[in-house]
Design a protein around this ligand. Structure first.
Ligand SMILES: Cc1cc2nc3c(=O)[nH]c(=O)nc-3n(C[C@H](O)[C@H](O)[C@H](O)COP(=O)(O)OP(=O)(O)OC[C@H]3O[C@@H](n4cnc5c(N)ncnc54)[C@H](O)[C@@H]3O)c2cc1C
Length: 404
C-alpha cells in the first residue's frame, strides 16, 4: 500500500497551496468589505471574479471533473487532497476554482446525461464560470430525504412540460448569476414503480412562472457565499420537452448518480475546514493566557487538539480510501464507503469546530473569526445530501443483507 500522492497531485497541491496563500486568504477580508458595499448582497464580490481569472490562468480550474473532455481529468483520489485544501476557505476557494456545489453536481449531470444541445447551452457557460446553477429537489411539504415523496408535477402538454411545485433550500438560487435550475418532479405520479415516477427538467430562471421567493437561513446566516438557499415556486412554468434530462422516469436514478461524487466532495472540503479549525485553535491556545498559564498548557486543551488530530487523520484515510474505490470499482461498488464518510465526516468535524469555538470564548461565536460560520456550514452537512440517519439506514441494511 502506497500512501504517497502521485506526481500530478503533488504538483497541483503545491500550486494550490501557493494560490491559497497568495490570493485566497488575503481576499477573505476584501470579499467581506466588498459584499457590504454591493447593490445586492447576493451578487458575487468583484474579488471573486479576480480569483477565478487567476485560478483559470494557473490551470486550477474545473479540477472536480474526471472527464478530461470537460475538466481537469483527475481521478477522485487525485482531486481529494485538492478539494481538502479548498475547504480551508469554503466561502471563496471552491468558487474561485469553479469547483463549488451545487454547480459541480449539475455540471456532472449535464456532462453525463445531457444531450448535445443542453451541454452547449448550459454546460459550456458553467464550465467557463460565466453562470451559476441550482438543483431543486427538496420540498417544504414532504419528507424529502425520501425522494419518492416529492410532489412537484412535470406534466406533458403538447411539445412542452409544465412544472408546478414549491421547493426550498435550493442552494445558489439567490445569486442572480444562477441562470438555470435542474428541477426534479413527477412525470408519472401514479406509476407502479415508485422510483420511475420522477424526471428532471432544465428550467431557466427567467421562465414565466418561476419565482425565487425568499432566502432560507442557516442558523440565522444568509449564506451569501453560496448564493443563499432559496424557496422557489414553480407555478405552471412551461419549458420545451427538449429540456428533459435523460429519459422520462429517469430522474431518481440521475439524482442517485449525482449525489455520489457530491458527497465525497463535501467530505473532502470538511476535512479542510477541520484543519483550519485546528490551526486556529493552536494559534489561539499559544496566544492567550488564563489563570497564569497559556491556554496551550491546559490539559483539556491538549485533549481537544490531540483528539481533533486523531479524528482528522482517521477521516482523511477513510475519504481517500473511498476516493480510490470510486476510481477502481465505481460509485456503486463504493456504496458502503460513501455512506460511511457521509455519516462520519460532518459530525466529527462539527465536534472539532465546536472545540475551536469553545477555545476562542466569545470570539468563537463572533463574526471576527470564521469558526461560527464554519460550524453552521458543517452542521448543515448532517442534513444536506441526505441526513445521517438515512445513510445509516442504507449502510446497515446492506450490512445485514449479507446474513439473510
Ligand atoms: C444548507 C442546506 C442546503 C441544501 N441545499 C439543497 C439544494 O441545493 N437542493 C435541494 O434539493 N435540497 C437542498 N437541501 C435540502 C436537503 O437535501 C434536505 O434537507 C434533506 O434531504 C432532508 O430532507 P428534509 O429536510 O425534507 O427532512 P426530512 O426528510 O423531513 O427528514 C427529517 C429528519 O427525519 C429523520 N429521518 C428521515 N428518514 C429517516 C430514516 N429512514 N430513519 C431515521 N430517521 C430518519 C432524519 O433525522 C431527518 O433529518 C439543503 C439543505 C440545507 C440545510
Amino acid at each position: 500500500m502506497d500512501f504517497a500522492f502521485d506526481a500530478r497531485t503533488e504538483e497541483l497541491r503545491a500550486k494550490l497551496l501557493a494560490f491559497m496563500d497568495e490570493y485566497v486568504y488575503p481576499a477573505e477580508p476584501v470579499a467581506h468589505e466588498q459584499r457590504a458595499a454591493l447593490s445586492s448582497p447576493w451578487r458575487t464580490p468583484p474579488v471573486v471574479e479576480e480569483l477565478k481569472a487567476e485560478a483559470r490562468r494557473q490551470g486550477l480550474w474545473n479540477l472536480f471533473l474526471p472527464d478530461s473532455g470537460y475538466g481537469a481529468g483527475l481521478t477522485n483520489l487525485q482531486y481529494a487532497p485538492l478539494a481538502e485544501i479548498t475547504g480551508r476557505s469554503p466561502q471563496l476557494a471552491p468558487t474561485a476554482l469553479n469547483c463549488a456545489a451545487p454547480d459541480t453536481g449539475n455540471m456532472e449531470v449535464l456532462a453525463q446525461f445531457g444531450d448535445e444541445a443542453q451541454r452547449k447551452q448550459w454546460l459550456e457557460p458553467l464550465l467557463a464560470g460565466e453562470i451559476r446553477s441550482a438543483f431543486a429537489m427538496t420540498e417544504p411539504e414532504v419528507a424529502s430525504s425520501d425522494a419518492t415523496n416529492i410532489t412537484t408535477r412535470i406534466e406533458r402538454d403538447g411539445d412542452d412540460y409544465v412544472v408546478t411545485g414549491r421547493k426550498w433550500y435550493i442552494s445558489g438560487a439567490m445569486n442572480p448569476d444562477c441562470r438555470i435550475f435542474i428541477v426534479m418532479g413527477k412525470t408519472d405520479p401514479d406509476g407502479a414503480d415508485i422510483r420511475r415516477q420522477q424526471s428532471m427538467v432544465l428550467v431557466p430562471r427567467d421562465t414565466p412562472g418561476v419565482e425565487v421567493r425568499r432566502a432560507m437561513q442557516v442558523y440565522g446566516y444568509e449564506d451569501h457565499w453560496h448564493g443563499g438557499h432559496a424557496e422557489v415556486v414553480f407555478d405552471h412554468a412551461r419549458v420545451p420537452v427538449s429540456n428533459l434530462i435523460g429519459e422520462e422516469g429517469g430522474g431518481f436514478a440521475i439524482a442517485q448518480a449525482r449525489l455520489g461524487p457530491g458527497r465525497i466532495h463535501h467530505c473532502m472540503r470538511l476535512i479542510g475546514m477541520a484543519e483550519r479549525a485546528i490551526e486556529l485553535m493552536c494559534r489561539r491556545a499559544v496566544s492567550r493566557t488564563a489563570f497564569g498559564k497559556a491556554l496551550a498548557q491546559q490539559g483539556v486543551v491538549h485533549t481537544w487538539i490531540a483528539d481533533a488530530r486523531v479524528a482528522v487523520e482517521q477521516l482523511r484515510l477513510l475519504v481517500l480510501k473511498t476516493a480510490w474505490m470510486m476510481d477502481t470499482v465505481g460509485n456503486k461498488g463504493a456504496h458502503t464507503e460513501i455512506q460511511a464518510i457521509k455519516i462520519a465526516t460532518p459530525r466529527t468535524v462539527v465536534d472539532i469546530i465546536d472545540k475551536a469555538v469553545q477555545l476562542h470564548g466569545a470570539g468563537g461565536v463572533s463574526q471576527d473569526f470564521p469558526l461560527a460560520e464554519l460550524w453552521a456550514g458543517a452542521r448543515t452537512l448532517r442534513l444536506a445530501d441526505g441526513p445521517d440517519e438515512v445513510h445509516q439506514r442504507s449502510l446497515a441494511r446492506r450490512e445485514i443483507k449479507r446474513y439473510l
